[in-house]
Design a protein around this ligand. Structure first.
Ligand SMILES: Nc1ncnc2c1ncn2[C@@H]1O[C@H](COP(=O)(O)OP(=O)(O)OP(=O)(O)O)[C@@H](O)[C@H]1O
Length: 256
């Protein structure tokens, strides 16, 4: 099987501000967020990057999505290097994070059209895609309401649909169900399963064991910037009761 995403020995170090050093309760000026990470993700599968707070999940996903550059190593998305060919990487990726800022003044309808134009979609295609996604995520009834007047859950739905407006082959999703109510969380997880069945390649980051069990085909366990496990869910179940059992078995002594 050909890897759609190949993360090849990436390293990323941040220089910390005084404030960040205080938060980290450390005198160290530099923080190694990701320390020589490698894994592959395949089409028709969901790869779950699982780890506690500060493990390096978001940093890894931001490197894959070309928002930041790894200091060492490289990542190949459909063979395109994030360092040498970020344009073609971006074209193939939809990146979703709850950090995305939406313009408060605009409506979901306007935002969707704006991002569709940015991705070069025709007017017909934009309309077709908008109707499909707005119906699926229940956005229809607030499509003309200003973002500033929407609830957090409603905004998250809008963020989700605009990040996949171009129907990307690869979807990178940072904490997919964070902050969502139980109904929206189910719509999102069902949608991810539907996308993988269509042959998309999906990487999600999470700290929720049950989400990995429910939707992932492979799991990578990341702690302190290091990938300490990388295998199929089937392999997990061959040796352990479940992912939680595996996590505490492997990570127990590394956790503080
Ligand atoms: N821009 C930055 N500047 C300084 N330090 C950073 C920056 N981004 C991340 N870090 C640090 O790098 C480490 C890894 O952070 P990262 O956000 O990748 O972890 P995470 O696994 O996504 O955690 P969480 O689940 O809390 O989001 C943390 O110690 C974090 O404080």
């Amino acid at each position: 099987m050909d890897a759609k995403i190949k993360v090849d020995n990436i390293k990323k170090t941040f220089t910390l501000s005084k404030k960040q050093m205080k938060i980290n309760k450390s005198n160290e000026k530099r923080k190694v967020a990701v320390n020589g990470l490698s894994f592959e993700a395949f089409s028709g599968q969901i790869y779950g990057l699982l780890g506690p707070n500060g493990a390096g999940k978001t940093t890894t996903l931001r490197c894959i999505s070309t928002l930041i550059k790894p200091d060492e190593g490289d990542i190949y998305v459909k063979g395109h290097s994030v360092l040498k060919d970020p344009y073609n990487v971006r074209k193939n990726i939809g990146f979703l994070t709850s950090d995305l800022k939406l313009e408060e003044f605009f409506t979901p309808d306007y935002m969707f059209d704006f991002f569709a134009r940015l991705h070069g979609l025709s007017a017909d295609k934009t309309q077709e895609r908008k109707e499909e996604l707005f119906a699926k995520f229940g956005i229809d009834h607030f499509r003309q309401v200003k973002i500033s007047d929407l609830s957090t859950g409603m905004r998250q739905k809008v963020q989700l649909v605009i990040s996949i407006v171009h129907d990307p082959e690869i979807i990178i999703f940072d904490e997919p169900t964070n902050g969502l109510d139980i109904i929206t969380a189910k719509i999102v997880t069902d949608f991810l399963i539907e996308l993988k069945e269509k042959g998309k390649t999906i990487i999600v980051s999470t700290h929720i064991f049950s989400l990995v069990e429910k939707i992932c085909d492979r799991v990578g366990i990341i702690i302190d910037g290091l990938l300490i496990y990388d295998d199929s869910l089937e392999a997990v179940h061959n040796t352990h009761k479940d992912v939680e059992d595996l996590f505490f078995d492997l990570a127990g002594e590394n956790l503080s």
